[in-house]
Design a protein around this ligand. Structure first.
Ligand SMILES: Cc1cc2nc3c(=O)[nH]c(=O)nc-3n(C[C@H](O)[C@H](O)[C@H](O)COP(=O)(O)OP(=O)(O)OC[C@H]3O[C@@H](n4cnc5c(N)ncnc54)[C@H](O)[C@@H]3O)c2cc1C
Length: 294
């Protein structure tokens, strides 16, 4: 059984592109990290609270690892495991350096020796064995997962990547055994201006044969892209993973969401209880939020 949470110590910090900070973690816990092997593997990082040098430990209650009994639990944010090397016990996370936010501010000031806590990993990317091609669409938050997906493609796998970054200095190169084409978009989305990912995904001519779509970017864009594949093209939920990785103006959105949270969760749980899959329940959850303007 893997550990319920891990402490991780910063061992290196590097600015890899104009707006991306790479932090390498090590330490005793990291060498015990159990990867789930999926290329979009993600952990929730928790940051030390004011005046403390590391987050408090989690405890397990009824199978749930959390900061039980701690009133002001530390802030947590989701990040992709860009790379994990079990032999050296090193784990790499790439942070988008955007303005504001606990995580981005932490990354911009990260120093060797600082300690974070993170949870067990989760993942979504799940390409059916029958898929003949894949379309990968990401903004800068999805770039670490997109990079890992491309690097881990089996020989000859066909993929087209549409990536939106802030500027040319944010472009990255990936080594791959796959057969990959790229469409880099510069200077849009990413909190700077409107995203062009929705249009770019729509304009790409879909190849013949069964395909798989993976999208990671801003939540409102993800909704538009999901509707295109699901409603306009009639894709079944097994043929895409279209995920909101962050939300523009999240403070205002969260304020409004609090009013509808209970109702939305009831819709989600009701759908699961009625035998629908998690993906279908998420669709009903999202449709309910859209009806109330969220
Ligand atoms: C599965 C998953 C994997 C992810 N992997 C990564 C990853 O590897 N690297 C990565 O950098 N991010 C990743 N993200 C996105 C990251 O969790 C969010 O961007 C998160 O909101 C950042 O937290 P923060 O504390 O910096 O900002 P928050 O406190 O959440 O937000 C502060 C303000 O910044 C805005 N904001 C948040 N993120 C961005 C952004 N990227 N650009 C511009 N404005 C922003 C918000 O709207 C808000 O106004 C991932 C998300 C998910 C769900």
């Amino acid at each position: 059984m893997s550990k319920g949470f891990y402490y991780a110590e910063v061992v290196a910090v590097e600015q890899i592109t104009k707006h991306m900070v790479r932090v390498t973690f090590g330490g005793e816990d990291v060498s015990e990290y159990v990867s789930i092997g999926a290329p979009d593997e993600c952990v929730t990082l928790f940051f030390a609270r004011e005046g403390e040098d590391r987050p408090p430990a989690m405890t397990e209650v009824d199978g749930e690892w959390w900061f039980h009994g701690i009133e002001d639990a530390p802030e947590g944010r989701n990040y992709t495991v860009r790379r994990f090397d079990a032999d050296s016990g090193r784990l790499v996370i790439d942070f988008v350096a955007h303005e504001g936010g606990v995580a981005a501010t932490w990354a911009l000031n990260a120093t060797v020796g600082q300690v974070l806590l993170w949870t067990r990993p989760r993942s979504w990317y799940n390409i059916p064995a029958t898929a003949q091609w894949q379309l990968l669409v990401a903004d800068m938050t999805g770039l670490p997962a997109l990079g890992r997906i491309i690097e881990e493609l089996p020989s000859g796998a066909q993929a087209h990547a549409i990536v939106e970054v802030l500027e040319r200095g944010d472009k990255q190169e990936f080594e791959t055994a796959g057969d990959v084409t790229y469409d880099w978009r510069f200077g849009s989305g990413n909190g700077d201006s409107a995203s062009v990912l929705e249009d770019a995904a729509r304009q790409w001519e879909l190849p013949d044969g069964e395909g798989y779509i993976w999208f990671a970017g801003e939540a409102a864009s993800s909704r538009v892209v999901r509707k295109y594949f699901r409603k306009e093209l009639g894709y079944p939920v097994t043929r895409f993973e279209i995920i909101g990785y962050w939300r523009a103006n999240s403070e205002q959105w969260l304020e409004k969401y609090k009013k509808y949270q209970e109702e939305a969760l009831a819709v989600y749980n009701g759908a699961l209880a009625a035998g629908r899959s998690q993906a279908e329940a998420s669709e009903e959850f999202d449709a309910m939020l859209e009806r109330v303007g969220l």
